[in-house]
Design a protein around this ligand. Sequence first.
Ligand SMILES: *Cc1c(COP(=O)(O)O)cnc(C)c1O
Length: 476
Amino acid sequence: MRYLSTRGRSPALSFCDILLGGLAPDGGLYLPEAYPRVCRAELDAWRSLSYADLAFALLSRYIDDIPAGNLRALLAKTYCAKTYAFTRPGSDAAEITPLRWLEKDRLGLLELSNGPTLAFKDMAMQLLGNLFEHVLEKRGETINILGATSGDTGSAAEYALCGKRNVKVFMLSPHGKMSAFQRAQMYSLADANIFNIAVTGMFDAAQDVVKAVAGDAAFKARYRIGMVNSINWARVLAQIVYYFKGYFAATENNDQQVAFCVPSGNFGNICAGHIARQMGLPIARLILATNENDVLDEFFRTGVYRPRGAAETRVTSSPSMDISKASNFERFVFDLVDRDPAAVRELWAEVDAGKSFDLSATPHIGRLPAFAFVSGKSTHADRLNTIRRAFADYGVMIDPHTADGLKVAREQATGDMPVLVLETAQPAKFGDTLREALGRDPERPSALAGLEDLPQKVEVMAADADAIKAYIAQRQ
Ligand SMILES: *Cc1c(COP(=O)(O)O)cnc(C)c1O
């Protein structure tokens, strides 16, 4: 399998060649040259597989430069009950992504947040950690992962890379701006290859330092600086698996159709659903839910894609969906324009210049219904109401992001097939909003009791790129 850039001006590469990189050299995103189609007999055979075996069946179609035996072992090591053990009472960790019906055969929660950081990012990031280690070892290379986080992505990356050979992680976070739980989660990691740096200032200051360091090409090459951002193809690929797993859990045979509802920000999660559907999984609808930052809802309603500026990006109580533009959206648009890289280049010339584009008056819009997307948005008041109603009606506590999904799923449900809402985080991570909605603390998986009491390891530094560069250089 070869991988192409959505902008069509970079050479096609193999999986391991694009694993450690980010954007293609022409500014585009990598996608496989074609999506492998899954036939009915394969779906029948895959229905009873364990998560790790299903992951192998799917990913071996996309990865042909890691020997099958090694890939199988990496997947078995990644998708085991020990790693995804942070379930709520009553869920079976061996399922990795257990399905919890709220209304039998009608409305379900696909639990994707039972990994070490209690958010769905662990599903892909844990695999990325093992893939990185394997490929670096084979090539005799090392890497320094540099990132800035306001909570979620950084901790998922640290938990995926802690203790891995040939990898060091330098993660910047805004000093004093994360919750006690988030701080404890990141700073209590004791592994010698993890460096937490709390930068004075807001998240943007930390992000600017990362951009400045990564923008120094000589430093970046000398210290082999890498990133694990959401445009990484392997992350999207890993996420395809749970759409299949969820489909099999919700249905009795492969004639049935389901809908998935996905709380969305950077379009990474639902992009995997789109690809699963292109592969032939019987998904009748992909329901995209946004919060007040409704860039994507606007597109699917009107055909206009209008990225927002920082001033127009709202800080909400579902913070991991507070995006101004959706970095993975270009992958979907590449398919929508029938994989014409010239069309993508034209559209992203606008986006990269800070402008919007409108497909409503172009022939491309005629193809949109075939992709089966619908969308809706949710507000702070909707989140609170949805959290209350889920607790009252089903006795289930949900997090604010999943609440955005459940709210939109209810609006878009057609009643003739199951709707599975992807649970993107556990409520334990968002105590403030849960207390506001329910007047009580969220449940926490028992394995994380006393997390805040563990010793913490963090360095407080000014938001100064030169100081961060020196810090990295001293630790090689
Ligand atoms: C990252 C994240 C999202 C958004 O997912 P995308 O892949 O960026 O669309 C939603 N909910 C939670 C809890 C997240 O961490």
